[in-house]
Design a protein around this ligand. Structure first.
Ligand code: FES
Ligand SMILES: [Fe+2]
Length: 428
């Protein structure tokens, strides 16, 4: 069967379990992407069309809209979308566009709607399920039928508690018949898309978690530089001295090494946590009994010093590991023993990316007197800013006429794999 634009990644089996050192999946000869991929408005427009308009894109977590009427606005592929929880608890998505004369319906980025969405222009009113309820004086218009003017819906689904939207299908319906026919074959359900990851992250119970904090970062760098940076720790010793003291920069082992989902884990030194104080800051959330995916210790190359601090006794219980996975095209999922950090990327232009970073904790953790999320948040805020700084430096250098694609090191096998998958999507 030929590959279609949104085909399920057949190269990855469900819940892969073999972890390999980063260099083992390196393909010699890999180079960074050519300049145009980082600065060209044409490439950026193609990305919006071929990637962000066609794939499942992260827009938030279900806990952010816990009550009926709660909503947030999200920008995907230059479209403003309303994501709202309905009366019976269901989550729906709509284009933020009035069916009368097209006005933006909601300006605030989040909030609570009583029972309806009312257009600020001429007061057409829509139910939370998108039906047009009221349209002043439109009864005077012959043949006007409210049922024909519901809000345009968007595909919304939940994966592990996270809300994803997909403009494919609905967008095609809004365009020409020809586009609709061309696109109808490449829509893929969220369930199928995430089938290779089924059950993989269940021990973090992410559907139940709540964000303690969101920080927004306006980064002057192309969105792909953020992914490439996240996918390697070649830079960690120099860029993140604090992080490297707790988590050895060369301890990465990956189980997902090709396709849209990439990553693995790094070690955390014995008795330490990725926090400012180095202490755990909340209740553990991972269910230790389910970790059984570790390669035998004798298959790994012990590296010196900080490796000696690593607690091999607990290597099977997940307490000494932080898992990092990139979920194409806009999610970075960092799973710690006691919290989950998620970066949501919103590309703004070739040179600018808005990054929303949330720190999720177990709901019980909020009730404990020693709960101190700031310890983790401050730590990662520091590391995040260190990363954004080098991403911005990269953007500046790549824009130069002197830039040419440079060779990836063997410790950059995952960014190379990310680039490869990205280029595949851009060709479809
Ligand atoms: S544009 Fe919304 S009611 Fe007129
Ligand atoms: Fe980094």
């Amino acid at each position: 069967m030929p590959h279609t634009a949104c085909e399920v990644p057949v190269t990855q089996t469900k819940a892969p379990s073999i972890f390999r050192k980063t260099a083992e999946s390196f393909e010699p000869g890999a180079k960074s992407l050519p300049q145009r991929y980082f600065i060209s408005p044409e490439v950026f427009a193609q990305e919006q069309e071929r990637i962000f308009s066609r794939q499942w894109v992260l827009v938030g977590h279900q806990s952010a809209i816990a009550q009926p009427g709660d909503y947030f606005i999200s920008e995907v592929a230059n479209e403003s979308l309303i994501v709202v929880r309905g009366k019976r608890g269901e989550i729906r998505g709509f284009y933020n566009v009035c069916r009368h004369r097209g006005s933006r319906l909601i300006e605030n980025r989040n909030g609570q709607l009583s029972a309806a969405i009312q257009c600020p222009y001429h007061a057409w009113t829509y139910a939370l399920d998108g039906r047009l309820l009221g349209a002043p004086h439109m009864d005077d218009v012959p043949d006007f039928n409210k049922a024909s003017y519901s809000l345009h819906p968007v595909n919304v689904e939940i994966w592990e508690g996270f809300v994803f939207v997909n403009l494919n299908g609905e967008e095609a319906r809004l365009r020409s018949e020809a586009t609709a026919r061309q696109r109808s074959g490449d829509f893929i359900s969220l369930e199928r898309w995430f089938a290779p990851l089924a059950g993989k992250f269940s021990r973090w119970k992410s559907p139940t978690l709540r964000s303690a904090k969101r920080i927004e970062y306006d980064v002057r760098a192309n969105w792909k530089l953020i992914f490439e940076n996240y996918s390697e720790c070649y830079h960690c010793l120099g860029v993140h001295p604090e992080l490297s003291k707790i988590s050895p920069y060369d301890s990465a082992e990956n189980d997902l090494t090709e396709g849209p989902f990439l990553g693995g884990f790094m070690r955390i030194a014995k008795g330490r946590s990725l926090t400012m104080s180095g202490n755990a800051c909340a209740l553990g959330i991972a269910d230790a009994s389910r970790v059984r995916d570790r390669a035998p210790a004798h298959n790994r190359n012990p590296s010196q010093k900080i490796e000696d601090d690593y607690d091999h006794e607990h290597e099977h219980d997940g307490k000494n590991r932080v898992f990092y996975y990139s979920i194409f095209p806009n999610m970075l999922l960092s799973l710690h023993p006691d919290y989950v950090m998620v970066h949501q990327l919103q590309p703004q232009s070739p040179e600018q990316t808005l990054i929303l970073c949330d720190w999720f904790f177990h709901p019980e953790a909020f009730k404990h007197s020693d709960f101190d999320p700031d310890d983790a948040i401050e730590f990662w805020d520091m590391v995040n800013r260190q990363d954004w700084h080098v991403c911005e430096l990269s953007q500046q250098g790549i824009a130069s006429r002197a830039y040419q694609p440079g060779p990836y090191s063997s410790r950059e096998s995952i960014p190379a794999a990310w680039d490869e998958y990205y280029l595949r999507r851009m060709k479809t």
